[in-house]
Write a protein that binds this ligand. Structure first.
Ligand SMILES: O=P(O)(O)OC[C@H]1O[C@H](OP(=O)(O)OP(=O)(O)O)[C@H](O)[C@@H]1O
Ligand SMILES: NC(=O)CC[C@H](N)C(=O)O
Ligand SMILES: [Mg+2]
Length: 508
C-alpha cells in the first residue's frame, strides 16, 4: 500500500495543500515521499526517501508552484527500496506525464518485455509503477496515431481503456498531464481505494481532489463526492471541469485488509466505515472468546490499530478493558518497516508493558492481525517478563497464509507465521497460553455490513484466491527475490546494490 493524492485547484497554494493531505496519508507509506506540481508550462518535482515532514521544506513551497499537483507516500511492494523508485514517475511523451500508483502489477515480466521490444522504450528502474506508466504512455500514443491530437480527452480515455486491458493486478492511479490536466483511474476490481472530492469557491467554481482515503480531504476543506468506480477514469481538465469515463466494465472487490489494518479508522472506503467495521470485528471475535471459556482478568489491545476491536470485545464480553501496553509515538508502523531484523528491533523500541496491568493477571491481548508474528511474539514475552500469569492472544483477522500480490508487503509464504502451521503450532511458536483467530466469514460479514452492495472482497492473503486471475509461480518468485531485500538481509540495501550484490537499475 501507498498513499496517493492529487489536487486541481484555482489557487496557487497547491503544494502546501498536497503536503497537508499527504501527512494524513502517511500511515500508508513511510519509505519515500514525492510531490510534483504543474505551473501551466513546467513541472516542478521533489521526491526522496523519507517521511513527508523530512522530504519537503519551506524552499520547496517556493519552487513547486502551480494550481495542480499530485503526491505520493511509498511503502515498497515491488521493485527496490532505492530512492530512484520514489514516486511520482515521469515520461516525457506523449504530452509529458507524471504518475503516482498504489497497488501492484502482476504481469510485469511480459509487459516489461513488450515495452522494450515493441515500443523501444528504456526503463530506468525495477518498479512496477514505471512499467504501468510506460504502458499508459504507449497506449495514449497509439490512440493519438489513430485519432489525431485534436481531442486529448478522447486519447487519454482510450489510452486508459487499452492499459486496463493489458495490465493485471491492483492499481489506483493519479496522473498529471502537461497541457491537459489531472487524470485518475482505478483497476476493474477496485482492489485499492480511491475517491474523488470537490470544494466550491466564493465564485461558485469547483476544485477537485483525488485521494487513497477520504481522511485526506477535510484538511483542505474538500468534501468527498464518491469513490472512483472500478474500471473508471476521471479527468479534471485545466479549466477545472470534471469528465468521467467507464473505461472497462468493473466489479468491485476491495481489499479486506484495508479495513483490518491499512486504512485509518476515520476513513470511509467504498461506503464502509473502517472504524465501524473494526467494532463489528470485535463483536464476532467476542463470541469466539466467550466460547473458549478462558478465565480472563483484562483485555489489552496492541496499540494502535487493535484498539477499536478490543474495545468492542470488552463491551460484548463484559470483561474489563485495560491499556497495558504503552506505545512510543515517535516510532513508525513496524509491519511496514523493511527488513525482518529492523522489524523485530522496532517492536521493542515501540511498545512497553505496564507491570501494574500484568502482575499475577490473566490477560487477553488483542491485535488486528498476526502476519510474521514478530509483534505479538515479542509482546507476549514482554508481558510475561512484566509478571503476567497467563497470556492469551486473539487476532481480529484470520491467519495470514498467502502472499499478497496487490500492494501489501507480504511477498513470501514462508515468512508468514501461519504458513504450514496448525493453530496449535502457531500458538507454540508465539508462546501464548491460548490463541484465537477471527473466522474469515465473520470478517467478511463485518465489512459487508457497511455496504451490502459489495458482493465480494479480495481476501487473498487469507484464502489464496487471487481475483484478478491466477498468479504465476514465477511472479511470486520474482517478488520474493526482488531487490526490496525484505527480510533477506534484515536491512535496507546500500544505494545502487541489491541484496545479492547485483546492481540495481538506477537513473539509467
Ligand atoms: O505479525 P507482524 O508481522 O509483526 O505484523 C503484525 C503487526 O503489525 C501491525 O502493527 P504496526 O506496528 O505496523 O502498526 P500499528 O501501530 O498501527 O498497529 C499490525 O497492527 C500488527 O500489530
Ligand atoms: N504499496 C504500493 O502501493 C507500492 C506501489 C508500487 N508497487 C511500489 O512498490 O512502489
Ligand atoms: Mg499493530
Amino acid at each position: 500500500m501507498c498513499g496517493i493524492l492529487g489536487i486541481a485547484s484555482r489557487t496557487d497554494e497547491v503544494f502546501a495543500e498536497i503536503y497537508d493531505g499527504l501527512l494524513m496519508l502517511q500511515h500508508r507509506g513511510q519509505d519515500a515521499s514525492g510531490i510534483v506540481t504543474y505551473t501551466g508550462e513546467n513541472f516542478r518535482e521533489q521526491k526522496a526517501t523519507g517521511l513527508v515532514k523530512d522530504v519537503f521544506d519551506a524552499d520547496d513551497a517556493k519552487v513547486l508552484t502551480g494550481k495542480v499537483g499530485i503526491g505520493h507516500v511509498r511503502y515498497p511492494t515491488a521493485g527496490s527500496l532505492n530512492a530512484s523508485e520514489a514516486q511520482p514517475f515521469f515520461v516525457n511523451a506523449p504530452y509529458g506525464i507524471y504518475l503516482v500508483h498504489n497497488g501492484n502489477i502482476t504481469n510485469t515480466t511480459e509487459q516489461r518485455e513488450k515495452i522494450i521490444a515493441k515500443y523501444s522504450r528504456h526503463l530506468r528502474t525495477t518498479s512496477d509503477s514505471e512499467i504501468l506508466l510506460n504502458v499508459l504512455a504507449d497506449k495514449i500514443s497509439d490512440s493519438i496515431k489513430v485519432n489525431g491530437t485534436a481531442d486529448p480527452k478522447r486519447n487519454l480515455f482510450a489510452g486508459v481503456k487499452m492499459t486496463m486491458e493489458r495490465i493485471q493486478g491492483a492499481y489506483s492511479v493519479i496522473t498529471l498531464i502537461a497541457g491537459v490536466g489531472m487524470l485518475a483511474f482505478r483497476d476493474p476490481h477496485g482492489i485499492r481505494p480511491l475517491s474523488v472530492a470537490q470544494r466550491t469557491n466564493e465564485n461558485g467554481e469547483h476544485d477537485y481532489a483525488f485521494a487513497s482515503e477520504d481522511v485526506a480531504f477535510g484538511i483542505n476543506e474538500f468534501e468527498k463526492l464518491r469513490d472512483v468506480a472500478p474500471g473508471e477514469a476521471i479527468l479534471i481538465d485545466l479549466d477545472g471541469n470534471m469528465h468521467s469515463f467507464q473505461a472497462v466494465e468493473g466489479k468491485l472487490t476491495p481489499c479486506i485488509f484495508e479495513y483490518v489494518y491499512l486504512a485509518r479508522p476515520d476513513s470511509m472506503l467504498d461506503g464502509i466505515s473502517v472504524y465501524k467495521t473494526q467494532l463489528r470485528m470485535g463483536q464476532t471475535l467476542a463470541k469466539q472468546i466467550q466460547d473458549a471459556n478462558l478465565e480472563i482478568d483484562s483485555i489489552i489491545p496492541v496499540p494502535d490499530s487493535a484498539r477499536p476491536v478490543a474495545l468492542e470485545v470488552a463491551n460484548a464480553t463484559g470483561i474489563r478493558y485495560r491499556e497495558g501496553l504503552v506505545k512510543n509515538r515517535y516510532i513508525g508502523r513496524t509491519f511496514i518497516m523493511p527488513g525482518q531484523a529492523e522489524r523485530q528491533k522496532s517492536v521493542r523500541r515501540k511498545l512497553n508493558a505496564i507491570p501494574l496491568e500484568m502482575k499475577g493477571l490473566n490477560i487477553l491481548l488483542i491485535d488486528d492481525s498476526i502476519v510474521r508474528g514478530n509483534t505479538i511474539k515479542k509482546i507476549v514475552q514482554m508481558c510475561r517478563d512484566a509478571g503476567a500469569k497467563k497470556v492469551y492472544v486473539a487476532s481480529a483477522s484470520p491467519p495470514v497464509k498467502f502472499p499478497n500480490v496487490y500492494g501489501i508487503d507480504m511477498p513470501t509464504k514462508r515468512e508468514l507465521v501461519a504458513d504450514n502451521r496448525s493453530i496449535e503450532e502457531i500458538q507454540l511458536e508465539l508462546g501464548t497460553d491460548a490463541l484465537i483467530y477471527q473466522k474469515l466469514e465473520d470478517l467478511i460479514w463485518a465489512a459487508k455490513e457497511g455496504n451490502k452492495d459489495i458482493q465480494q472482497f479480495d481476501c487473498s492473503c487469507f484464502d489464496g484466491n487471487y481475483l484478478t486471475g491466477s498468479v504465476s509461480d514465477s511472479y511470486l518468485e520474482s517478488l520474493e527475490n526482488s531487490n526490496r531485500v525484505s527480510e533477506k538481509m534484515g536491512a535496507a540495501p546500500v544505494a545502487g546494490e541489491s541484496w545479492n550484490g547485483a546492481k540495481l537499475a538506477t537513473n539509467g
